[in-house]
Ligand binder design. Structure first.
Ligand code: G3I
Length: 375
C-alpha cells in the first residue's frame, strides 16, 4: 500500500475538513484525485460503475473510498451468483449480498444483479439436480429465482438473467466442441435450447418491472471467432425477440485482450444490429488483458492498455451503450491477477483496470474519461 493510503486509513476521513485545510494528501488516493469516472460519465449521459466484492468492502478502506469516488453503479462480482446465494439446496445465504446492498444504499449507488443462469459458480449439488430430468431442473430454477428476485427486488432492478449461453467457435481461447450455437452446459442438457427462453420468462413472471439482460463475452474483437460468435448471438437474439420472449438488454462483457485486434467498424455494426431489435446495450465487465510479451516499461504497458480502453469505449458509447461497468477498479483485486488461465507469467500482474494496486489512476482511467466525453 502507498504511504498516503496508510495514513489515510489511520485517520478519520472527513474529506471536507481535511480537503478544506489543504490536507488532501491525507485522504485516500481516490478522494485526493478529484471527481470520479462516474460523475464524469454522467455529464455525458453515461452511467459508469464497477464490480465489487463484499470482502474487500469490509477489509479495505481505500477500496471503499475508490468505489465511492469512481462508481455510479455496482454489480456483485460473486455474492449474487448461485454458489454464493444457494450453496446447498434450500439453504440460502444472502449475508454477503446484503452487505453489498447495505453499503450501496449508504452511498446511494444502485446495484445490478449477476448472474441467475450460468454454467460456472454452480454449487456442487446443482449439476446433479439438473441431471435428474426436466421437471426437477424447472423446480430448482423456479425455487432459486423465487428467492433471488424477491430478496433483492427493492434494490436490484436489472439482472444478468442468462450469462454466456453462446458456444465458443473454433479459434476462441477455449473453443466449445459442440456443433450447435449454444454452449453445452448442464442447463442445455436439462432443458434443451429453450432454457434461455424459460429463464427469461420465469424472471419476467416474478417481477415484470425488472430489466432482463442476456450477458456474453468474446464478441468484441476483429477476429474470425468473434465474428462467428457475434453471428450466433444475433441469431439467438432475433429468435427471442421475434417470438416475443421477454428480453430488454444485452450485456457485452468486454474482457478485452491486447493479443487480439480491435477495429471499431465490425463492433459498431454489431451494436447497431442489436439495437435494431429494440434492445439496450450495456458494457458489463470491462477489463484488459495484456499479452505475455507485454513491455517491461510500465508507462508503455499502461499506454497500450489505455489506447485499447479508449478505442473500445468510444465505439461502444457512440454505438449506444449508456451503461459501462468495469470488472473491478484496481489491479490489486482483479481476477486477471489470480485466475491461472489468464494470469501473466513470472509474477507480472495485468494492468487492465483504471486504478493501480495502490488506487492511483492510470492512463486507462484517462482514456475511459476521454471516451465518455466523445460519446
Ligand atoms: O469460493 C469462495 C467462497 O467460499 C467464499 O465465500 C468467497 C468469498 O468472497 O470466495 C470464493 O472464492 C472465489 C470467488 O471468485 C470470490 O473471489 C471462487 O472460488 C472463485 O471461483 C470466484 O471466481 C470468480 C469467477 O467469476 C467465478 O465465479 C471471479 O472472482 C470473477 O471475477 C469471475 O467473473 C466472471 C463473471 O462472473 C462472468 N464473466 C467472466 C468473468 C471472469 O471469469
Amino acid at each position: 500500500m502507498g504511504d498516503d493510503q496508510d495514513r489515510a486509513t489511520a485517520l478519520p476521513l472527513n474529506r471536507r475538513s481535511l480537503g478544506g485545510l489543504g490536507l488532501g494528501w491525507l485522504l485516500s488516493p481516490a478522494a485526493a484525485q478529484g471527481a470520479g469516472l462516474g460523475s464524469l460519465a454522467r455529464t455525458h449521459g453515461v452511467v459508469f460503475g464497477t464490480a465489487i466484492q463484499a470482502r474487500y468492502l469490509e477489509q479495505d478502506a481505500a477500496y471503499r473510498d475508490a468505489v465511492a469516488t469512481e462508481a455510479s453503479l455496482l454489480v456483485p462480482e460473486w455474492e449474487a451468483k448461485w454458489a454464493a446465494l444457494q450453496p446447498e439446496e434450500g439453504r440460502f445465504d444472502t449475508a454477503p449480498l446484503d452487505a453489498i446492498l447495505a453499503w450501496a444504499r449508504s452511498q446511494r449507488i444502485p446495484v445490478r444483479g449477476h448472474a441467475l443462469v450460468w454454467h460456472n459458480a454452480m454449487p456442487d449439488w446443482l449439476p446433479a439436480a439438473l441431471a435428474e430430468g426436466r421437471q426437477r431442473a424447472l423446480g430448482v430454477l423456479a425455487a432459486h429465482l423465487d428467492v433471488a428476485l424477491h430478496h433483492a427486488r427493492g434494490q436490484i432492478r436489472d439482472w444478468d438473467v442468462v450469462n454466456e449461453p453462446i458456444a465458443n467457435p473454433p479459434g476462441s481461447d477455449v473453443p466449445d466442441p459442440g456443433p450447435g450455437p449454444l454452449r453445452d452446459t448442464p442447463w442445455l442438457r436439462a432443458l434443451g435450447p429453450s432454457y434461455v427462453e424459460t429463464a427469461l420468462r420465469m424472471a419476467r413472471e416474478r417481477d415484470p418491472t425488472l430489466r432482463l439482460t442476456l450477458n456474453e463475452y468474446g464478441v468484441e474483437e476483429d477476429t474470425p471467432d468473434a465474428a462467428e460468435k457475434r453471428r450466433r448471438l444475433l441469431a439467438l437474439l432475433r429468435d427471442l425477440v421475434g417470438r416475443g420472449v421477454p428480453l430488454d438488454a444485452v450485456g457485452i462483457q468486454a474482457h478485452l485482450q491486447l493479443a487480439r485486434p480491435f477495429r471499431p467498424e465490425p463492433f459498431a455494426a454489431f451494436l447497431k444490429q442489436i439495437r435494431s431489435l429494440g434492445l439496450t446495450v450495456l458494457v458489463t465487465e470491462l477489463d484488459i488483458r495484456e499479452t505475455h510479451a507485454a513491455p517491461q516499461d510500465l508507462a508503455r504497458r499502461d499506454a497500450l492498455v489505455a489506447e485499447r480502453a479508449e478505442a473500445f469505449l468510444a465505439c461502444a458509447v457512440q454505438g449506444g451503450a449508456r451503461t459501462v461497468l468495469s470488472w473491478g477498479l484496481t489491479d490489486r483485486y482483479s481476477w486477471l491477477a489470480t485466475e491461472p488461465a489468464v494470469a501473466l507469467p513470472n509474477g507480472r500482474v495485468h494492468r487492465g483496470l483504471p486504478l493501480d494496486a495502490d488506487y492511483h489512476r492510470k492512463p486507462m482511467w484517462n482514456g475511459m474519461a476521454r471516451a465518455f466525453a466523445r460519446g
